[in-house]
Design a protein around this ligand. Structure first.
Ligand SMILES: Cc1cc2nc3c(=O)[nH]c(=O)nc-3n(C[C@H](O)[C@H](O)[C@H](O)COP(=O)(O)OP(=O)(O)OC[C@H]3O[C@@H](n4cnc5c(N)ncnc54)[C@H](O)[C@@H]3O)c2cc1C
Length: 396
């Protein structure tokens, strides 16, 4: 292994970890990224990148590369999963782009991750290491360390835990458990030809219903169609093992609209993703060690912001690392002071939005749909706080 002593050690090479390495390099710091998997990579599904992510990707110098593989949808649309009625839409056209400074983009996760990885590989300040499971982080009178699966200590200048929702670095700050939402997701992409007559190429569609939703959008220049099927298991308990099965999916979606039924028929039923988050914490920084991304603030995916918030974190890290030089303690304190309130709000709002779209009570549904159907597609009052956050932070 190359000498890491003069580098920032980053645990985890997902979207957050790689973006952090690029951000650190922009601030003039060398970094070493440690990934547990034998290869850097991402799962085979899509990801939405709102304008607040596009701003960071532009700043990190990877937006043009990523745009080559992306799709730029014209609308975000909510539809009733049973009647097929369009309930509301958000127009992503010129007014939206002007307001938030950047477009809304959807793409295959591997295209995003690969573009970040290639940028890291070609940056002399970044060294990348696979097959390294980080079990802990430590700071003592000898310095700052990551500890790997062989109990070896890796020394660095500072540590950033970007090791996802099951983060080991997080254990320094919180002993909290992941919260099981009792929802599961099934997801994947299919060749566009398989579903072409039903694919809405200009829209990101979210079909919503009691305890369920389905998301659909094209990715990879429109060559693939991404689908995510999400529902609450009727049998989940904290002891259950067999829950959220394909049989339950059929039961929960019984009577749904024919287009939703078709979506279900194409979904890969082999891999089940239980949906977890955690409650916000009020400290994730100690000395020269901090957290970012899902390690710091894992959220339910309903606002499509987990990865985006990891990118916002990276932008703020670039700022504080540039401002404080090798005073990492000061840098990380400033980082969390700004990022904790922001990410906590996104975490808690994601849960609330889940309750709204998954509502089961008929009166709540009627009131919700009344509000939805009355708002114009260019009403941005609900999204300003999210997509319009601190444009200066992410475009410096
Ligand atoms: C169904 C679903 C849909 C979603 N849709 C969106 C969306 O549209 N838009 C969006 O912005 N977000 C979305 N998200 C959230 C998004 O996927 C995450 O927030 C994002 O991946 C977080 O990035 P991260 O790098 O912090 O963590 P991760 O992606 O979890 O990456 C962590 C990395 O660290 C590695 N690692 C873990 N533990 C260790 C260890 N001990 N040692 C070394 N390496 C380790 C992992 O292998 C991985 O490579 C969605 C999530 C789900 C589940």
């Amino acid at each position: 292994m190359t000498n890491t002593e003069n580098t920032i050690l980053i645990a985890g090479g997902g979207i957050g970890g790689l973006a952090t390495a690029l951000a650190a390099a922009q601030a003039g710091h060398a970094s070493s990224v440690f990934e547990q998997a034998p290869q850097f990579g991402e799962v085979g599904a899509g990801i939405q990148m709102a304008p607040n992510a596009m701003a960071v990707l532009t700043r990190l110098g990877v937006a043009d590369r990523i745009a080559e593989f992306a799709v730029f949808p014209k609308r975000l649309v909510l539809k009733d999963a049973f009647t097929g009625e369009e309930l509301t839409a958000l127009d992503l056209g010129d007014e939206f782009k002007e307001r938030y400074g950047f477009p809304y983009m959807v793409l295959h996760r591997s295209d995003l991750h690969r573009s970040l990885l290639e940028a890291c590989e070609s940056n002399p300040l970044i060294s990348l290491h696979t097959n390294t499971t980080i079990t802990a982080a430590e700071e003592n009178e000898d310095g700052v360390f990551l500890i790997n699966q062989h109990d070896e200590k890796i020394k660095g200048k500072a540590v950033i835990g970007a090791d996802g929702i099951k983060s080991n670095v997080r254990k320094l700050f919180a002993q909290d458990d992941m919260v099981n939402s009792a929802y599961v997701a099934y997801r994947g992409t299919i060749p566009i030809e398989e579903i072409s007559e039903d694919a809405e190429m200009d829209d990101v569609i979210m079909w919503i219903g009691p305890n369920l939703h389905v998301v659909q959008y094209p990715v990879r220049r429109g060559e693939l169609y991404n689908q995510v099927v999400v529902f609450k298991s009727p049998t989940y308990t904290s002891e259950s093992v067999e829950w959220g099965t394909p049989e339950e999916m059929a039961q929960v979606f019984e009577g749904c609209h024919s287009k939703v039924e078709k979506a279900l028929s194409f979904i890969n039923k082999q891999i089940r993703w239980p949906m977890y988050d955690r409650l916000p914490i009020d400290n994730w920084t100690k000395g020269n060690i901090t957290l970012m991304g899902d390690a710091a603030h894992p959220m339910l995916q309903y606002l499509a912001q987990g990865g985006v918030q990891a990118l916002e974190d990276a932008a703020k890290l670039a700022d504080v690392l540039a401002a404080h030089g090798d005073n990492f303690e000061a840098a990380f304190k400033e980082f969390q002071e700004e990022r904790i309130p922001r990410t906590a709000r996104v975490q808690t709002t994601a849960r609330q939005w889940g309750e709204i779209i998954h509502a089961i009570d008929p009166i709540t549904i009627a009131l919700r749909n009344d509000i939805f159907t009355k708002r114009p597609a260019n009403d941005f009052s609900y999204t300003d706080w999210l997509y319009g956050h601190k444009r200066s932070l992410v475009t410096q």
